[in-house]
Design a binder for this molecule. Structure first.
Ligand code: NAD
Length: 477
């Protein structure tokens, strides 16, 4: 059922010119389940040439037609969700139900950008003299190079592809090498919907080689990257050096402020589901729980109960609610972070260990009383680990929430309107969700501040970086 992946270049599925491949590993079994091609500069030359041709075609395609083709791709993705889901589980690990939900949610993303593509309005600025027309025309910026990771193999790519296509750009996606097939199946939906050859291209390989080649290439106008802050800073620097626009969706270390006036059972239930979704490999995953003294033990005990109820296993099996980590590097990272926290004096209230000895399974882990000096209080865990620490006054919680250089997502639970307003004003984050989970809808902004990056991948603003505003002034003679 799992087939090998290929590049998609100039409307053709193809292997690397030199035949080089990389293996795909099932993280639940550690077995090789397939291969993907590994690009060198000759393959990338072809991709850029194709994207150049694709851009010439697509920028002249009317917004109406772009929108129509994109909607068709969205429908194909919906129709194929049941087929894509187990393949995503085999290569990424998440439970098959979550994989199916991801595919369906991505169809909504395509639809939303398809609608926005018909609203890329320009404007007319009143002239200072008779017979002067001053126009602002929105045009696509050019060829986009996108770098998308493995945690949401479809969702991370779909936001970049959809925004580019909506604006009239062509795109080269460097897909996730760990999870290539589900990303390729997304591209297949665009291809089968009638996106012309060269408009969407997909390559894989050694990430640093591909980004170095594409970001510095004179034909590439814009880049979009999702991944770690460390890599994002390098790519943003390279983009700056070459005067390329960039959207950077980077790491986070989301604070969760639980006030003593909140509905604690509800907060524990919502946050446990959110923390352990995708084994915590989510950039907006809740991580630093700051719980007010009076309700600390109540929240901790309920949260632990929810953590114990998580069924860890192969995502293809019935009833599994958390799959393995996506690759061996994350397993090593979890072991190191837990060992360091233990050494720093933290209490491990739940989990803390690898589960079994085959597959990258890690226990849902909850640590309490973790000192600020522990690495996990400062580094993004990107795994199924929650940290619970108490606070007394709301100002303390806000200071702790803002302490780190990250500023992606933040969460809060309170029944006080005054506290909610204070948090809205003072928490330094690109996204703050209070008393419910309201992040990542297609129509709302999705992005960070500070070291979590810049730009947004959701909402009307997401199209902006893919468009230029050309000013034309015309005196009729
Ligand atoms: P990693 O830094 O090796 O890779 C993360 C992603 O960046 C991968 O998709 C990889 O292909 C890409 N990448 C790495 N170096 C690159 C380069 N020079 N040019 C272009 N792309 C490059 O780390 P990893 O072990 O795969 O993942 C761990 C860390 O990555 C996590 O701690 C997390 O911070 C980050 N990450 C973030 C997201 C997100 O949604 N923001 C997703 C996946 C990984």
């Amino acid at each position: 059922m799992y087939s090998n992946s290929q590049f998609y270049i100039n409307g053709q599925w193809q292997n690397a010119l030199n035949g080089a491949t990389l293996p795909v590993i099932n993280p639940a079994t550690e077995e090789e389940i397939g291969t993907l091609p590994k690009a060198d500069s000759a393959d990338l030359d072809l991709a850029v040439e194709a994207a150049d041709k694709g851009f010439a075609t697509w920028k002249k395609t009317s917004a109406y037609d772009r929108s129509r083709i994109m909607r068709k791709a969205a429908q194909l993705l919906r129709d194929r969700a049941d087929h894509i889901a187990p393949i995503m589980t085999m290569e990424q690990g998440k439970p098959v139900g979550e994989a199916r939900m991801e595919a369906l949610a991505c169809a909504d993303v395509i639809d939303w950008f398809a609608e926005e593509s018909r609203r890329t309005y320009g404007r007319i600025i009143p002239g200072r003299a008779d017979r002067i027309r001053q126009l602002v025309i929105r045009e696509p910026v050019g060829i986009v190079a996108a770098f998308s990771p493995w945690n949401f193999p479809i969702n991370q790519s779909v936001r970049k592809i959809s925004a580019a296509l909506a604006a009239g750009c062509s795109i080269i996606v460097k897909g996730p090498e760990e999870t290539p097939r589900s990303c390729a199946m997304l591209v297949e939906c665009f291809a089968d919907a009638g996106v012309p050859a060269g408009v969407v291209n997909l390559v894989f390989g050694v990430p640093a080689q591909i980004s170095e080649y594409l970001i510095t290439h004179p034909k590439i106008a814009k880049i979009s990257f999702t991944g770690s802050t460390a890599v994002g800073k390098q790519l943003a620097a390279l983009a700056g050096l070459h005067m390329k626009r960039a959207t950077m969706e980077l790491g986070g270390h989301a604070p969760v402020i639980i006030c003593d006036d909140a509905d604690i059972p509800r907060a524990a239930q919502i946050m446990a589901a959110s923390k352990f979704r995708n084994a915590g490999q989510v950039c907006v995953s809740p991580t630093r729980f700051l719980v007010q003294d009076k309700v600390f033990s109540q929240f901790r005990d309920l949260f632990i109960d929810h953590g114990k109820a998580i069924k860890v296993g192969n995502g293809l099996e019935d009833g599994v609610t958390m799959g393995p980590l996506a690759h061996a590097r994350r397993m090593d990272a979890m072991n190191d972070l837990v060992a360091d926290a233990r050494q720093s004096g933290a209490d491990v209230a739940l989990g803390g260990n690898r589960k079994g000895n085959k597959g990258y399974f890690f226990e849902p882990t909850i640590m309490t009383n973790v000192p600020k000096s522990a690495r996990i209080m400062n580094e993004e865990p990107f795994g199924p680990i929650a940290i619970l620490n108490p606070f007394t006054k709301i100002d303390e919680a806000i200071t702790e929430a803002n302490r780190l250089p990250y500023g992606l997502a933040a969460y809060a639970f309170t029944s006080s309107e005054k506290t909610a307003t204070t948090l809205s004003d003072q928490v330094e984050a690109g996204m703050l969700t209070i008393n419910h989970l309201g992040l990542a809808l297609p129509e709302v902004p999705f992005g960070g501040i500070k070291d979590s990056g810049y730009g947004t991948e959701g909402g009307a603003d997401a199209l902006e970086p893919y468009l230029i505003s050309k000013y034309v002034t015309h005196m009729s003679v």
